[in-house]
Each structure stands twice: as C-alpha cells, then as structure tokens.
Design a protein around this ligand. Structure first.
Ligand code: AHR
Length: 618
C-alpha cells in the first residue's frame, strides 16, 4: 500500500460526512432515547375516540371495587380524552378497599428502570368533586416491592388541577411500574400522567446512556424523524410537526402506522432540534411532502402543506418576534436553531414526486435561500430532472454487494447536486442481528464514500436504534432495553470513521497485485484532545485469509513518523457472524494497541475479516 501523505493534492472531507439517521422506529424515541417512563400518558392511544385505547395501562381492583372508563372531558383541547375512575370501595364500611388500594398502573415500555437514589418527577392532572387521596408509587416487577411512594392529598380539585411530586427511589428494579391508587370512595378523573427521571441529559429529556452512545459517534449531522415514519402508511398517520410542539400536555400524540405503535410525541420537532444542538450535529429535517405509502396530496391542492413546512422552518430559525419563532422562544430556545438542511419526503421518487417537490423547492428557496434541499431521486447515475442541492441515496443489500458498492460513486458526475447516502445497511442472512460481516461490508462501502467525498457529502446507517422488546426492523446499530445498551459491530465500525469528518483525504493506492478483498483509505486528522496530528490508514480485509501488508508512506514534510503514540485498532472476531449481546456487549468491538514498529515503511498483518485503523503520529 502506497500512501502519499503530502497534503498538496488532496481533498477535504466535509464536516458533515458521517452522521446519524434517527427514525422513530423500533421504539427508538418513545421508550428509548426519550426518557419519559409512562407509555400513553394521555390515555388516548388510538386517537381521540372514546372509549379509547388505554393500553398499556392496567387496572388494579376488580369491578366490584372500581370501574374505569374514558371520557372526552380533559382540560386539554387537543387531547380531550381523560380517564374516569369510579371507586366503589372505601377505607371503612361494607366495601373496604384492599390494603394497597385500587387504581391504575402503567408498566412503561416493557418495564420502567427505577434506580436506587435517583429522583423521578411524576406529574399528573386530576379532577374530582370531592377531596382526593392518591398514592403515587413505583412498584417493583413482582408487583409488591415499593421502590418509592408519596401520598397526594388535596381538598379541592373540582377544577382540573396539576399535581407534581418528586419520588426518590429506595431500591432498583429494571422492570418497575408507576401506580396511582386510592382507598377512598370517589370519582376521580386523571389525565396526562408523566414520570421523568430528573437525570436526563442537560435536563433536556434524553436518556443519558443512549445519548452518550450517539455523542460518542461525534455525528456530523442528524437526520430525523425518519424514514417511513415521516410518510405514514396513510397521510392521516404521518408525522405532523405542529402537533408535536408546545407544552407536552397539549400534544395529541399519534399512531405511527408504518411501525405500528403510538407515540405521545414528547420527542417532538423542538426536541429533535435540541438533540441536534446538544450533539453538535447539523439538523436534517425530513418533512412529509404530501405523500404516504398509500395516499397523497395532489399538487394542485398542496399549498397549505407548503405553508405548513415554511411555518416549521420559521419555528426552527425565525426571530422570536415571528409567530412560530415566538413559540420556539416560549419553549426555552430564544436563539434560532441551525436548520440548513431539509429533505422533501422519504423514498418518494416517482409517482409524480416532481410536481409536489417543485412547489416545496421554490417556496423554500424563496424564503430561505441558504437552506439545502434534498431530493428523494437518485442522481448518482443519471441527472435529476429537477433542481436540488443534494439527493438521497438508500441501499439495503447483502454484505458482498455492499462491499463492492464502494465503487458506486467512482463515475458519478462531479457537477450538479451532491449525494446524501441517508440510509445504508447490510440486511438479510449476512446481517444476523448485527454481525461482524455486516459491519465489514458497510465499512468497505464507507471507505468508498470517503474516497468519493467530493461528491458524496453525507452518509448515515439505518436504523440507528432498536428497543430489544420491539424488533420491528432488523438489523440496527444500537440495541437497548429499559436499563442496558450495547453497540452492534456496525456501531463500532462507525466509531472508526468519526475522525474523518473535516479531515483531509490523502492519496493512497494498493498495489495491483493486492487482493480484491482489500480496500483502503488514508486521511490526515488532528486530535483536538491532545492537539496532535495523525495519518490514519483504514483497511478492510473482506477475505477469509490474513493478509501481510507492506505500507509505504511518502510525502511527509519531515518524512517522520513517531512510533511512540502510534496505534493500531482492529475490529474483528473469531467468527465473521459473531454479534454482540446484552451478555457480551463488546464481543465484537475495536481493540487498540501501540504500534511499536510504526514507520514510513512498515509491515502489518491484517486478520481475516477485519477492519484495521492505523494511526501514525506525525
Ligand atoms: O431504515 C428503515 C426503513 O427503511 C426506513 O424507514 C425507510 O426509509 C427504509 O425503507
């Protein structure tokens, strides 16, 4: 392998090159990154109809003690459904309530992770014509152990009243539930019940361990909120940004029919923008362009939808004196968010995409000329028939073909819009539930993208997250449950590419005799933690044999490489189908060792089926 480390004939890799694509899929947000513990906090899963779907709320007490129903009587106009509990038992008399009381409990998303010493804010709205006494408790998985409890007593709740209590857990249980019970005969209405850990990232509502997994990737951008989630199977179930902003109690929530679950939309448009800011990543908003999987808005009647998108952009970056900018400011973010990229739909090219697209394109460009507009039509082999700054490219395939797609953009025109590989993943039998083979096929593809980073300027793997209890789409990069998380090999592979953002791509060439199962790239990057500069050579060995490779580096200013401080990091395993699990979360993870023989003329051995990253200290 010849590497020319001279920075005279090089390309700068965009700062946005490698990012993440966050979709509300597999309970990635609700029951995942969004730390809200209660599922269906407004009792309106399934919509505003009554009786409404209160799942997964369950009733404590039989029908002789308690009757639970739903009514359209909430104080919140956009989500009118409230829970009515008619308690027939009492603390004394003929029909005595059980010791623990009667009421309802919510198991969260396959159990709430309640941790000893940690504090949780429980909020709910209540109404009754009589004084109330309600126990608010976190109960362990056996249904008996009380981890935290507080008694809420109020003499006058004839009007809807907000109650808030902070519970500190005295024990730990990953499979807890939140319970609201009483031992007093009464009729009580409840609505908007929330339980939030106080320890979310910066108090912004993001679950700390999952946020850190993302932050460790140093993503250049974050694409959100989908994926097919943006489209819906039907337009009526598509993501509507306006329904997800403002106070959480006022959000109606919606049923994402593609991935078949309800979201309370606590993770809404504002929170996505906040997430991007907290990650230091450029936000890329994918908006619904009038297309779902089964129906669409005709171009002739699109105008209100176009205006709705302009309103969203005003919400994100308008001055606080503007209508929608002021709503953002009232939510605690006076400064505009840095929204400069929007995608007109997801996977909607064809089927008169162009008609709707052009309406959005001209309206957005007119109002916000600096916004980069992303088309869904692939322009990598033939030019687009419409203007765009970038075009989406999605690929899901087997490991071999993903590896060979490293050359997909070699002959793409360098004029015109740039490519955004906004979804790529190895799928099928090669992928397992996140195999090393999958990660290596993808790594080869990414090396090809790096080498073509003059035309491919953004790339993200998909899907990002999966809650292990709701594996809707397999495979994924990060697996979690209520308390644990691990990265699949694909996650760790991406870690090995994060320093490429903003780095300099060097010329590197494998000798013609080298195996076709090898692919390499070389970059020059600066580690801001220690302020040192490195030459990084990455090599995927996609073959079953180990490879002895001679690496010759020339073009260095002083022709100098420091062995001390140089390292070699390898992502490999004993079997190419190995995966990580909760029990072995780092079975397949990068291992870094000092590279004592580092020099500008050195020999290395690449294990079979491996990704190797060599950092040479300059
Ligand atoms: O990444 C999972 C899904 O795959 C996305 O929702 C969709 O865009 C693609 O088909």
């Amino acid at each position: 392998l010849f590497v020319n480390a001279s920075e005279s004939s090089v390309k700068k890799i965009p700062h946005t090159m490698f990012g993440i694509s966050f979709e509300e899929i597999n309970h990635a947000g609700a029951g995942g990154l969004w730390a809200e513990l209660v599922s269906n906090r407004g009792f309106e899963a399934g919509g505003q109809n009554t009786p409404s779907n209160i799942d997964p709320w369950s009733i404590i007490g039989d029908e002789s003690l308690l009757i639970v129903s739903t009514e359209s009587s909430s104080c919140f106009d956009r989500n009118k459904v409230a829970l009515r509990m008619e308690v027939m038992c009492d603390i004394s008399g003929e029909n005595i309530c059980p010791k623990g009381g009667v009421g309802v409990y919510n198991p969260g998303f396959w159990g709430m992770n309640i941790e000893q010493g940690k504090a949780y804010k429980v909020t709910f709205y209540v109404r009754s014509s009589q004084p109330i006494e309600i126990s608010v408790s976190f109960i362990g998985s056996n249904g008996r152990q009380t981890l935290a409890t507080s008694n809420i007593i109020a003499a006058d709740v004839t009007n809807w009243t907000k109650k808030e209590v902070v519970l500190e857990a005295q024990g730990t249980d990953q499979n807890s539930r939140l319970q609201l019970t009483t031992t007093r005969k009464n009729i009580i209405w409840l609505d908007q019940v929330s339980a939030m850990p106080l320890s979310t990232h910066k108090g912004h509502g993001f679950r700390g361990d999952l946020f850190n997994m993302l932050a460790d990737l140093k993503p250049g951008f974050i694409r959100f909120p989908g994926g097919s989630f943006v489209e819906g199977d039907w337009l009526t179930n598509a993501f509507r940004w306006k329904e997800t902003v403002g106070s959480w109690e006022e959000r109606p929530g919606h049923f994402g029919d593609v991935w078949q679950y309800w979201t309370d939309d606590g993770l809404g448009f504002f929170e996505y923008l906040q997430l991007a800011e907290d990650l230091g990543a450029v936000p890329v908003w994918v908006f619904n362009n009038g297309f779902s999987h089964n129906d669409k808005v005709d171009t002739s009647t699109l105008l209100p939808f176009v205006q709705d998108t302009l309103n969203a952009i005003e919400f994100a970056r308008g001055d606080p004196t503007t209508k929608w900018g002021s709503l953002r400011a009232s939510m605690g973010h006076e400064e505009p968010f840095d929204l400069r990229y929007v995608a007109v739909g997801n996977q909607d090219c064809g089927n008169n995409y162009r008609g709707n697209y052009l309406k959005y394109y001209s309206a957005i460009k007119k109002a916000y000329p600096d916004i980069n507009i992303i088309s869904n039509c692939d322009g990598s082999s033939i030019p687009l028939d419409h203007p765009a700054d970038l075009y989406d490219f999605h690929v899901y395939t087997n490991a071999n073909s993903m590896f060979s797609m490293a050359h997909n953009f070699d002959h793409t025109s360098r004029n015109g819009p740039k490519a955004f590989v906004s979804e790529y993943a190895v799928t099928g039998n090669d992928a397992g539930r996140g195999s090393l083979l999958k990660a290596l096929g993808e790594a080869g593809f990414l090396i090809g993208l790096e080498r073509n980073s003059d035309v491919v300027v953004m790339a993200s793997n998909a899907p990002l997250f999966v809650n292990a209890n709701d594996w809707r789409f397999n495979p994924d990069a990060i697996v979690f449950d209520s308390s644990k998380v691990y990265g699949t090999p694909t996650y760790w592979m991406q870690q090995m590419f994060k320093e490429s953002n903003g780095a300099i791509l060097l010329n590197s060439k494998l000798q013609a005799t080298s195996s076709t199962s090898l692919i390499t790239s070389a970059i020059s990057w600066k580690n801001l933690d220690n302020n040192k500069s490195y030459l990084r050579i990455k090599i995927v060995n996609f073959g079953s044999d180990k490879v002895a490779l001679k690496i010759i580096v020339d073009g260095l200013d002083k022709n100098l490489i420091e062995a001390e401080g140089s390292t070699m990091t390898i992502l490999s395993s004993t079997n190419v189908m190995d995966e990580n699990t909760f029990n072995e979360p780092k079975k397949v993870a990068p291992v870094t060792n000092p590279l004592g023989n580092a020099s500008n003329n050195m020999n290395v051995v690449l294990p079979p089926y491996s990704l190797t990253s060599i950092d040479l200290l300059k």
